[in-house]
Structure formats: structure tokens, C-alpha cells
Write a protein of this length. Structure first.
Length: 285
């Protein structure tokens, strides 16, 4: 059964997006569109009530980012920037919607991942800053090799799809936060995308993040994103696997030996005899 939060978020997101598509199809004036966009949020509060205002504001904001992407793509020569904004919006709204569908008990405003971290926000800003600075100085020469943007777009799309497949496959077993205690219904998922990667949601996000900068033809941020993402997921996976071994013991160790991660040079938690002894003693206790 679809929860009401899913409906609120989806309609709030689609509100500005559909209005923008109508503008493009009808070739209406931008001034009229701006007025419509300004007042289109009010009916959402009338329909869903003020108690859902946090969801409305966040989903509408993400929808607005998507509309900027559509406008930039359609009305300017900055196709890469427009596709980037659309992909960015799709990433964040789908995080919330899939959490609402498959793990509604853990659904919150944090599920949009808009407040992921200060480092994440700085990275987004750095990517846009490099794009603008290089375009001002290089002009169209920045995109002299269109195949680079095509490669980035494919990485961005496939990385996000791979992550979302991980969320769908894991369903109730997926969580945005590393779990330090095992829930009663927590099961080890090894089928689907988990049969080719132990951490497909992390692998997907890793390639998605790098793909965004390749799409924008940002050489500096491509290198920066690759390093920062690799470091973040290396530490995150090591921490998470420490708990997964405690939760599932030999079952996870066998899975760990059979399936890789999919991110270069990340092997996960290194198991020592002392750690295995510690896990065994805690299970006996």
C-alpha cells in the first residue's frame, strides 16, 4: 500500500515539472510561466494540509531544480548543464520515493538526502563553479569532445539505476544509515544486483557522482569527486562490513569471499583471527 507521504512528494515534485513541460510544448511566454510557477505551490497546501509542508517544500524544490534543467536544456546551448540538473533532481526525489515504497517505517525528511553533509553541498557547488569558470574562459571549446559528455551521462544514468535497483532488491533490509544492531527481520540479501556487488548502492553512487562531472566536462572535479567518493565509501564499507560480519557471521564471510564490491581498490573489512574470536565470544554471550 502506498503511503500518503509518497503521494505528497510525487505530486509536489511533478507540479513544477509538468508546468514546465506545458510551457515548452505550448511555446508560452516565460513571464507567464514564472507567475504560474510562483503560485502553483499554494494548491498543494490546500490539498495535503500544512502538516506535510516539509515534504511539499523539499519535493517542490527538487522539482524546481528539474525544471531549471529542462529550461536550460531546451532554451540554451548548455545541454550538459541541463541534463546534470535533471539527473541531480531525479537522484534525490527517487531516494525518497523508493524509501516510501519499500521501507516506509524509516521514512523521514532525511530520506531526500538533501542534507547529506556539508562536504556533499560543497562538492555540488564546486562542480557548478568549475563548469561556469571554464565555460567563461573556454566557451564551446570546453565541449570539444562530445563523447566525453556522453560517457559521463551514461555513467550518471547507469550508476543511479544500479543504486535504485539495490534499494528495490533489498527493500526492508535497506537503510540510509549504517546499522549497529541487528533487527529481527534483517536478512542478508545476496540475489539480484547483490550477486554482482556486495554494496551495489555504494557502487552505484560512486559511479553516479563521477559521471556527473564527466558529463559537465569538469576535469578538476572529476578527479576530486573520484578521490573523495572513493575515500568516503572505503571507510563506510569497512565500518558497515564490521557489523554485517557480527550480524551474519560465517554466512557473510562466505558471501564476502564470493562477491566483490565493484569499486576499484576497495576490498572491505579485513578480517583478523582476533576479530573472529571476538565475534564468536559475543554470539555465545
Amino acid at each position: 500500500m502506498v503511503c500518503v507521504e509518497f503521494t505528497v512528494a510525487l505530486i509536489s515534485f511533478l507540479n513544477p515539472v509538468l508546468l514546465t513541460i506545458l510551457l515548452i510544448v505550448s511555446e508560452g511566454p516565460l513571464v507567464l510561466y514564472s507567475v504560474g510557477l510562483l503560485f502553483s505551490v499554494s494548491p498543494l497546501f490546500a490539498i495535503f494540509g500544512a502538516r506535510h509542508e516539509d515534504i511539499i517544500y523539499r519535493a517542490y524544490f527538487i522539482g524546481f531544480v528539474c525544471t531549471l534543467g529542462l529550461i536550460v536544456t531546451w532554451y540554451s546551448s548548455h545541454t550538459q548543464l541541463g541534463l546534470y540538473l535533471i539527473g541531480l533532481a531525479a537522484f534525490h526525489i527517487s531516494e525518497y520515493l523508493l524509501t516510501a515504497l519499500y521501507k516506509p517505517t524509516k521514512l523521514s525528511n532525511d530520506s531526500f538526502l538533501l542534507n547529506h553533509s556539508t562536504a556533499y553541498h560543497c562538492a555540488l557547488g564546486a562542480g557548478l563553479f568549475e563548469y561556469l569558470v571554464e565555460y567563461v574562459n573556454l566557451g564551446s571549446d570546453k565541449f570539444s569532445w562530445p563523447w566525453i559528455s556522453l560517457l559521463g551521462g551514461c555513467m550518471m544514468f547507469s550508476g543511479d539505476v544500479f543504486r535504485k535497483l539495490a534499494m528495490i532488491t533489498a527493500a526492508e533490509n535497506f537503510d540510509h544509515i549504517v546499522q549497529t544492531s541487528k533487527a529481527e527481520n534483517h536478512q542478508l540479501v545476496t540475489h539480484g544486483v547483490y550477486s554482482v556487488s556486495r554494496h551495489p548502492s555504494y557502487a552505484g553512487w560512486f559511479y553516479w557522482s563521477i559521471g556527473t562531472q564527466i558529463l559537465l566536462c569538469n576535469p578538476v572535479c572529476t578527479a576530486g569527486y573520484a578521490f573523495a567518493s572513493w575515500k568516503f565509501f572505503s571507510e563506510r564499507i569497512e565500518e558497515e562490513e564490521c557489523y554485517l560480519i557480527r550480524f551474519f557471521g560465517a554466512e557473510y564471510l562466505k558471501y564476502k569471499q564470493a562477491v566483490g564490491i565493484g569499486i576499484p581498490f576497495i576490498s572491505g573489512f579485513q578480517v583478523s583471527p582476533e576479530f573472529l574470536q571476538f565475534v564468536s565470544s559475543t554470539k555465545e554471550a
